[in-house]
Design a binder for this molecule. Structure first.
Ligand code: PEP
Ligand code: MN
Length: 371
């Protein structure tokens, strides 16, 4: 109960604000984890009788009923706190519900399973710090297998590599597509590392989910709502990147799209936002890490490669990400960055990546986590 008081503070509107903001008309009824189907139905029925429109949201641990309707019925709704199965009724300030801590107190640990014979299961969001490494793009069998072996040896837990690439220019390399997915699966077979790869189009979700272990939604697609709904219908975990121009609230609303379709395995990724600064490719908003941890139960990782655009900045910003409380990192590594087909300037060589992993050790320990 004590935990719920804290959560209530996180999402409930302060009294003065409640009367002024339009969306505060929304009330939520938080059901107890032990609530029965019958109790839930009775509460839903009563909500309708009072003149509110109920939306039942299925969280990991409990159900929440979002009630949309007129402010004037609020006190009658509040009285439903006396009904069996109801834990609390409160106004909601935040527009996200399933992503908020109220539906799943604490921290969600997303368990990624490598779909192959010797595949590892990698937790993201617990006491183990998760590192995803690999090239920006899959370029050849030799390149991806060589990289997979090298990053595994250095201690990475998952392999990344793009097969469908979102490129600013239509003339730039667009990725190897399904051929690239097959090469990722081959590298997984060789190393046991789960593979993370981007999906750009709702019509590609099935094929990407067939080969990959984690579906990445890139920064340019953070608000592609059709794509978010499509991966939400999938059973594979999703790595959702923050758009370069999305606020933290918008970012969480994108996560809400995926969660509301039934996929609870969402990993958030801060990858830098666009500012006036030109010294770096983007500006790494590290304060997003503790803000997100305060607002949501979902794990949060950091991408220092796309955030900075320069390989020398990857290690210092990785150390800072660990210290800020990130649950993991996604880092670009290429055996020969000078020959990379995309993002060579921000890619680490395998040796530099190995040194970085060693340098991160004391920071991870200081955060009471292990690598
Ligand atoms: C990537 O991971 O290669 C990528 C394109 O990242 P982002 O969507 O963050 O730019
Ligand atoms: Mn890249």
């Amino acid at each position: 109960m004590e935990g719920n008081v804290i959560q209530a503070e996180l999402i409930a509107a302060p009294a003065a604000e409640a009367s002024t903001q339009r969306r505060n008309r929304e009330m939520i009824i938080v059901m107890k984890p032990s609530t029965t189907k019958d109790e839930l139905e009775k509460v839903v029925g009563r909500v309708k009788e009072i003149g509110y429109q109920p939306h039942v949201l299925h969280g990991v641990e409990r159900k929440v009923i979002a009630c949309i309707g007129d402010e004037r019925g609020k006190t009658r709704l509040q009285a439903l706190e006396t009904m069996p199965g109801v834990e609390t009724v409160m106004p909601i300030l935040r527009p996200y519900k399933l992503a908020s801590k109220i539906t799943s107190p604490g921290h969600t640990v997303v368990k990624v399973k490598a779909d192959c014979r010797n595949g590892a299961t990698v937790p993201v969001g617990g006491k183990k710090f998760a590192v995803i490494a690999g090239p920006c793009s899959v370029e050849s069998e030799e390149q991806i297998v060589e990289t997979a072996r090298a990053v595994k040896k250095a201690g990475a837990h998952m392999l990344r590599g793009g097969a469908y690439k979102p490129r600013t220019s239509p003339y730039a390399f667009q990725g190897m597509e399904e051929e690239g997915l097959k090469l990722l699966a081959l590298a997984r077979e060789e190393t046991g590392l789960p593979v993370v790869t981007e999906v750009m189009n709702p019509s590609d979700v099935l094929v990407v989910a067939k080969w990959a272990d984690v579906l990445q939604i890139g920064a340019r697609n953070t608000q592609n709502f059709a794509l978010l709904r499509a991966v939400g219908k999938c059973s594979k975990p999703v790595l959702l990147k923050r758009g370069m121009m999305t606020t933290i609230e918008e970012f969480l609303m994108s996560a809400e799209y995926i969660l509301s379709e039934g996929n609870q395995n969402v990993i958030l990724c801060e990858r830098g936002i666009r500012t006036f600064e030109k010294a770096t490719r983007n500006t790494l908003d590290l304060s997003a890490v503790p803000v997100l941890h305060k607002e949501t139960h979902l794990p949060v990782i950091v991408d220092p490669s796309h955030a900075t655009g320069h390989w020398e900045l990857v290690e210092p910003m990785s150390r800072a990400a660990v210290a800020a409380g990130a649950d993991g990192l996604i880092v670009e590594v290429h055996p020969r960055p000078e020959e990379a087909w995309s993002d060579g300037a921000q890619s680490l060589k395998p040796d530099t990546f190995r040194d970085m992993m060693k340098a991160l050790m004391p920071f991870v320990k200081a955060m009471k986590k292990s690598l």
